[in-house]
Write a protein that binds this ligand. Structure first.
Ligand SMILES: NC(=O)c1ccc[n+]([C@@H]2O[C@H](COP(=O)([O-])OP(=O)(O)OC[C@H]3O[C@@H](n4cnc5c(N)ncnc54)[C@H](OP(=O)(O)O)[C@@H]3O)[C@@H](O)[C@H]2O)c1
Length: 260
């Protein structure tokens, strides 16, 4: 069995660092042409990665969900067509429930906008495009022309700490959206999958790791925190076309720290 994405194009959101960067590298390694998305705050890293992978770099601040539509349009423009979307960009914003409501709502809005609403806008653009492509080209029902892989979190299933209510709620929404796309668009050429990581050694987890790395390691049955390169292969496998009958599923990659 070979993971071969030769001739395929992929848009990876949040690919300037962390899990998204590892996914972009591994998709490119499997032959895909990749658009490396970032927020605009990390242009140098994203441009260097895109150049190294022979791909493209696109900036879009997903705190504004309308930017997700522009991101899609630009990805189509630079890639010509988009076969795979990996919706990975995310934020982990702390807001204790006891802070003033304005502060709590600001954290809630930022989290929901980046993690869920922008992901929904991007997914909507992608599935409408794929459904049109499927209809145009006289395809068989069940023949897949586009694959969406969303990155949620263990928190979607386990919940999170009180200061991360928004994060857990956003990730639960990502799982439900992924299932709904899988159910609604399967006959229209789309497969949709999720990956739900546990703690992974990236900037996002650096605070928690600095506080209690031993405790986090002890939560896993492997006694180790995953590296981004150990999460990415599951994404690439789901994107490869070898797992289309798993459409609708979200795969846990959390070292058995939460088994559901
Ligand atoms: N690390 C973990 O422990 C863990 C666990 C479970 C789930 N996850 C999920 O895995 C995904 C990737 O996380 P990570 O750990 O790789 O995080 P990370 O290292 O913090 O990277 C986050 C990525 O998202 C992008 N991003 C953040 N805010 C953005 C915005 N407003 N607009 C556009 N892009 C934005 C960042 O772009 P810039 O570089 O431009 O800021 C960066 O590429 C997230 O969805 C996260 O929730 C992570």
């Amino acid at each position: 069995m070979t993971l071969d994405l030769t001739g395929k194009t992929a848009l990876v959101t949040g690919a300037s660092r962390g899990i998204g960067r590892a996914v972009a590298e591994q998709l490119a390694g499997a032959g895909a042409t990749v658009a490396v998305h970032h927020s605009g705050r990390n242009s140098e890293a994203a441009a260097a990665l895109a150049e190294r992978l022979g791909g493209h770099e696109i900036a879009a601040d997903l705190a504004n969900p309308r930017e997700a539509k522009r991101l899609w349009d630009e990805a189509l423009d630079v890639l010509g067509t988009v076969d795979v979307v990996v919706a990975n960009a995310g934020v982990f914003v702390e807001a204790d429930p006891e802070v003033p409501l304005d502060d709590w709502l600001a954290a809630w809005d930022q989290t929901l906008s980046v993690n869920l609403t922008s992901l929904a806008v991007l997914s909507r653009e992608a599935v409408n495009h794929w459904a049109a492509r499927h209809a145009e080209s006289d395809r068989q029902p069940g023949e897949i022309v586009g694959r969406l892989v969303t990155v949620s979190s263990r928190a979607a299933f386990r919940g999170d700490d009180p200061a991360f209510l928004a994060y857990a709620a956003s990730k639960g929404g990502v799982v439900a959206l992924t299932k709904s796309i899988a159910r609604g668009w399967g006959r229209r050429g789309v497969a949709a999958f999720g990956v739900a990581p546990g703690f992974t050694a990236t900037d996002m987890a650096s605070g928690a790791l600095a506080e209690d790395a031993d405790g986090l390691r002890a939560q896993t049955s492997l006694g180790a925190i995953a590296e981004p390169e150990e999460v990415a292969p599951t994404v690439v496998f789901l994107a490869s076309g070898l797992a289309d009958h798993a459409t609708g599923t979200t795969v846990d990659v959390n070292g058995a720290s939460y088994v559901r």
